[in-house]
Write a protein that binds this ligand. Structure first.
Ligand code: SAM
Ligand code: SF4
Length: 328
């Protein structure tokens, strides 16, 4: 069991397998000028498997694959196959933008992947293109259909942004009427790779008020422990809606997560920079015992919350990076 210095048990790893992406979402990265990590610096499949095997032995039982866009990584499927059979891993999930995902869904199902998070910020073609700076809404909707047809649970993630997709809040929530999906509205965080902060004109409370105007019968659901989403049921709907106060950071007290970036850096909090690079230590010849000790020491220093982590970042003159280099 891995425990942090605040007594929280850590059992969930978010692994970003690449920083590369086929979209350029405005809230995640600039249109240009963001250099991809050189291939030699990216964590390899054997390195990812070694780290995951070690962390699973230490107590991680849930892994989410993220990125960048995981499906642009050419060796993703062999990696997932190898990961899915590691004994002790209870839950393997993926977060994807859905552009390249559909053809792989039957294989994901065979591997035992039961749930996928799909990012979708707009149901309107023009707004989708304005947000992602690429065309691809039809492919994302195709992936949504295919996931549901294969019995894979879907959580739709929508980042809410003033002047970009406020008109989409209600149409996205209405998807839950006929589809058994969870639509989660995420507060925008300052991880756009441009050093610009965000204004957070739409925090969770404001999104909730907006939803309540359209769905007055909205009622709070019981959330799972460690959940970052505050979920709500709408009577008569097959799915549910949720709010993720990612900027407000009101869920840190029950945080159970670690992150590993595409270069192999362990981040104990989304809002910190990360000190320990596991890939570099592996390449220097560290044994599993040595790596385990480093991980335990790093986790002991996990910040109390995202605010404390951010203060540390600023004190060290560091800036928030693109979310594609962290994984969300
Ligand atoms: N490319 C995949 C995707 O978009 O689903 C996986 C990686 S993406 C970085 C993971 C999640 O982070 C997505 O749901 C995305 O919406 C969210 N995200 C990215 N930048 C964000 C930001 N600045 N604020 C809030 N959420 C963000
Ligand atoms: Fe790519 Fe996901 Fe970032 Fe959008 S949010 S640019 S899809 S990594």
């Amino acid at each position: 069991m891995i425990t942090d210095g605040h007594g929280r048990t850590i059992n969930y790893l978010r692994l970003a397998v690449t920083d590369r992406c086929n979209l350029r979402c405005t809230y995640c990265m600039p249109e240009s000028g963001l250099d991809w990590t050189p291939r030699s610096e990216l964590i390899t499949t054997p390195e990812m498997l070694r780290i995951c095997t070690l962390l699973i032995k230490m107590g991680i039982d849930k892994i989410r694959i993220t990125g960048g866009e995981p499906f642009v990584r050419k060796d993703l499927l062999p990696f997932l196959h190898a990961l899915s059979v590691i004994s002790g891993l209870q839950e393997l999930t993926i977060t994807t933008n859905g552009l390249l995902t559909a053809p792989f869904i039957p294989e994901l199902k065979k591997m035992g992947i039961r749930s996928v998070n799909l990012s979708l910020d707009s149901l309107d073609q023009d707004r989708f293109i304005a947000i992602t700076r690429r065309d691809g809404l039809a492919q994302v909707l195709g992936t949504l259909d295919a996931l549901l047809a294969n019995g894979i649970a879907v959580k739709i993630n929508a980042v809410v942004m003033e002047e970009r997709n406020i008109e989409d809040i209600i149409p996205l929530a209405e998807l839950t009427q006929s589809l058994p999906v969870s639509v989660r509205f995420i507060e925008e965080m300052p991880f756009n790779g441009t050093m610009q902060n965000v204004s957070l004109a739409w925090n969770s409370q404001r999104i909730l008020s907006h939803l309540k105007e359209r769905f007055p019968t909205l009622k709070k659901a019981v959330d799972e422990s460690h959940a970052t989403a505050l979920n709500y049921d709408i009577p008569g709907h097959k799915g549910r809606v949720g709010l993720i106060p990612a900027y407000t950071r009101s869920f840190c007290g029950s945080c159970n997560r670690l992150r590993i970036t595409p270069t192999g850096t362990l981040r104990t909090c989304l809002y910190e920079a990360g000190q320990l690079n596991l890939k570099d230590r592996i390449r220097e010849g560290y044994t599993d015992e040595m790596l385990a000790r480093l991980v335990r020491n790093a986790v002991m220093k996990k910040p109390l919350d995202g605010w404390a982590a951010e203060r540390g970042l600023i004190a060290n003159n560091l800036a928030h990076q693109s979310m594609a280099t962290i994984g969300g």
